[in-house]
Structures are given as structure tokens and as C-alpha cells.
Design a protein around this ligand. Structure first.
Ligand SMILES: [Zn+2]
Length: 98
């Protein structure tokens, strides 16, 4: 019982430390560069995971999310994109394919 308590507590602390460290690392990196690059990479990584071609090995433990409410499938590159990347409302075309 005592071990369980200690373990969960340690994990919590570790997570806090990890996020702090990650934040420190990220802000440090962003200070060197523009900071916009980091944002773009994150967005890109997110969109690249969604298209479905890559999900075969993950489908066992991760539920496949077809499309979020704030996402659309581009008719040009067939990638699931965030609506902020849509060229115009009602047009399923991302800024890359416009
Ligand atoms: Zn596209």
C-alpha cells in the first residue's frame, strides 16, 4: 500500500518536472529561433498522423479518430487539415493546395 502511494506520488512529481523541463527547453529553443517554426512543426505533425495510411499499427490501442469537428479532408492532398488551413468556408481545400 505504501509503495503504491509513493509510486503515484513520484509519477506526479516526475510528470511535473518533465513538463517544466520541456517548457524550459521549448522556450529556450524559441528564443534562439523565431518561435513560429516550432508552432508550424507541431501543426504539421498533427495533420500527418491523421490521414489513416499510418494508423494500421496503432489501431489496436488507439481509437482511430476519422475527423474532428474542426478538421476537414482536403480534396487536393487528401490530408485531414485543420479548418484554419481551409482556403475558404465551404471549400475543402487547404492553403497548400490552393
Ligand atoms: Zn491540401
Amino acid at each position: 500500500m505504501a509503495t503504491d502511494y509513493d509510486a503515484s506520488r513520484k509519477t506526479e512529481e516526475e510528470q511535473r518536472e518533465e513538463s517544466l523541463e520541456a517548457h524550459r527547453l521549448t522556450s529556450g529553443e524559441q528564443d534562439k529561433t523565431s518561435g513560429k517554426v516550432d508552432e508550424d512543426e507541431t501543426e504539421l505533425a498533427e495533420t500527418y498522423e491523421l490521414p489513416g495510411a499510418d494508423l494500421s499499427h496503432e489501431s489496436l490501442d488507439i481509437e482511430v479518430t476519422p475527423r474532428q469537428a474542426d478538421e476537414f479532408t482536403c480534396t487536393g492532398c487528401f490530408l485531414v487539415q485543420h479548418v484554419s488551413r481551409r482556403t475558404a468556408p465551404g471549400v475543402d481545400l487547404c492553403v497548400d493546395c490552393a
